[in-house]
Write a protein that binds this ligand. Structure first.
Ligand SMILES: Cc1cc2nc3c(=O)[nH]c(=O)nc-3n(C[C@H](O)[C@H](O)[C@H](O)COP(=O)(O)OP(=O)(O)OC[C@H]3O[C@@H](n4cnc5c(N)ncnc54)[C@H](O)[C@@H]3O)c2cc1C
Length: 394
């Protein structure tokens, strides 16, 4: 299916919905039980142009589409939203930004078409917060690159055809890191297995080990620039996470408010109790403010402003808000909310990942804090003036 390049944002949202209408709802129920997404579901999204059209207006020009994709997919299935985010915002994002040679451009086209599906491997068994501590290595050989290492907690590894791996190239630059395209069917690449997780169960998370010889075009971009590349790609991932979280929060609130209007406790509806009404009103207010902040951050990014700190700050705050909102909504549902007959407990488990994945809270807090370390001429001068005048009056 081809979509006109001039598709408006509304058309794009309709396009994602149209793609989801083609996914068999009966089969969807099995994804979380199996713990895996079928690759065909991403191919179906691709066939409708979901990924190609996200990137048609460019990386930042397409940010409103990134948000629409995250909202529509996470309302349908949170694990699908996570898998599509890795494929689109990291794998396609890296290829469309850095893909230079013919084989890389061809792989980008395969990724748009859903014939290639990408996942991202930065985290290793010894740690994920400190990318500078990555131990996987890439060594240049006459035929190409020898990649040796292991990646853990790779989302959607089971459905992927390619891993975008961060590896160390000794002596190449500031942090010696680089990005590599690793076909998962290459000799010497072994998917070791998967981990059972608290939430987002339809998107698997696995471990892959490699000792493999890759062609020269496996290197994406320049050696030594891997940390800078990964940091930029993670900004898009973080925006998508914010949109996914806010969708979960809004759905939880909508359902909790409906329950509170209908559930009779004592002599009237639960929503007549001021404590409950206020709890939900606070949730509504927090989600509204967080939604406005997301739109503002997207607008800044679309206008071409640097927004790494803003995105980090947004993710920190949105995680905090949505974790609280889903917990409050589950509380309003009482025992029903804790059972799997209702989706509250699922949203409550799903959103917990966001404080760890895509940059853990502590790592993002350090990034935000780095802003405070910069001298600020206005307030530094003001403090000097106040300090000079800080004497007791006679
Ligand atoms: C479901 C799931 C999916 C994932 N998908 C992917 C994926 O697709 N690709 C990928 O590469 N990774 C993925 N991850 C891994 C995730 O990115 C890492 O878990 C995360 O970066 C944290 O790394 P870690 O778990 O090794 O924790 P560690 O690095 O061991 O840190 C443990 C804790 O200490 C905190 N900490 C670390 N340093 C400091 C410090 N200096 N000061 C204070 N606190 C600190 C951390 O914030 C964290 O809370 C996934 C994880 C999960 C659970």
């Amino acid at each position: 299916m081809t979509v006109p390049a001039t598709a408006t944002e509304l058309d794009y949202r309709g396009l994602v919905r149209g793609a989801l209408a083609d996914v068999d709802p009966q089969r969807r129920r099995g994804w979380a039980v199996d713990g895996h997404l079928p690759r065909e579901v991403l191919t179906t999204l691709a066939a409708h142009g979901v990924f190609r059209e996200r990137w048609a207006p460019g990386a930042t020009g397409g940010l409103p589409r990134l948000v629409a994709m995250a909202e529509e997919l996470s309302e349908f299935d949170s694990g699908l939203a996570l898998a599509a985010m890795g494929h689109s915002e990291v794998f396609i994002g890296a290829l469309s930004w850095l893909g230079a040679d013919a084989a890389q451009r061809e792989l980008l086209d395969e990724a748009f078409a859903g014939r290639a599906v990408g996942c991202f491997g930065a985290t290793e068994p010894q740690g994920g917060s400190d990318l500078a501590g990555i131990r996987s290595t890439a060594t240049q050989e006459p035929e190409g690159w020898r990649l040796v290492g292991r990646k853990r907690y790779v989302s959607n590894l089971g459905a992927a055809t390619h891993l975008l791996a961060v590896a160390r190239v000794a002596g190449s630059g500031p942090r010696d890191l680089a990005l590599f395209l690793v076909p998962l069917d290459s000799p010497g690449v072994r998917v070791e297995g998967f981990f059972d997780t608290a939430g987002l169960r339809s998107c698997d998370v696995g471990e892959v080990a490699f000792d493999t010889l890759l062609p020269p075009h496996a290197l994406l971009g320049a050696p030594g620039m891997g940390l800078a590349y990964a940091s930029r790609l993670l900004q898009f991932e973080r925006l998508s996470i914010c949109a996914q979280l806010l969708t979960a929060g809004r759905m939880a609130l909508g359902l909790a408010a409906a329950h509170a209007r209908r559930r009779i406790v004592g002599d009237g509806p639960l929503l007549d109790k001021q404590a409950v009404r206020h709890r939900l009103a606070h949730a509504h207010a927090r989600l509204g403010v967080a939604g406005a902040a997301l739109r503002d951050t997207v607008a800044r990014g679309t206008a071409g402003e640097g927004f790494a700190h803003e995105v980090a700050a947004l993710k920190l705050v949105v995680c905090d808000i949505v974790e609280r909102v889903t917990d409050d909504c589950l509380q309003v549902f009482g025992a029903r909310g804790y059972t799997t007959n209702y989706p509250l407990e699922g949203w409550w488990r799903d959103v917990r990942l966001a404080r760890i994945g895509g940059g853990a809270d502590e790592v993002l807090t350090e990034l935000v804090a780095s802003r405070l370390l910069r001298p600020d001429p206005r307030f530094d001068a003001e403090l000097e003036r106040l300090t000079a005048a800080d004497t007791p009056h006679p």
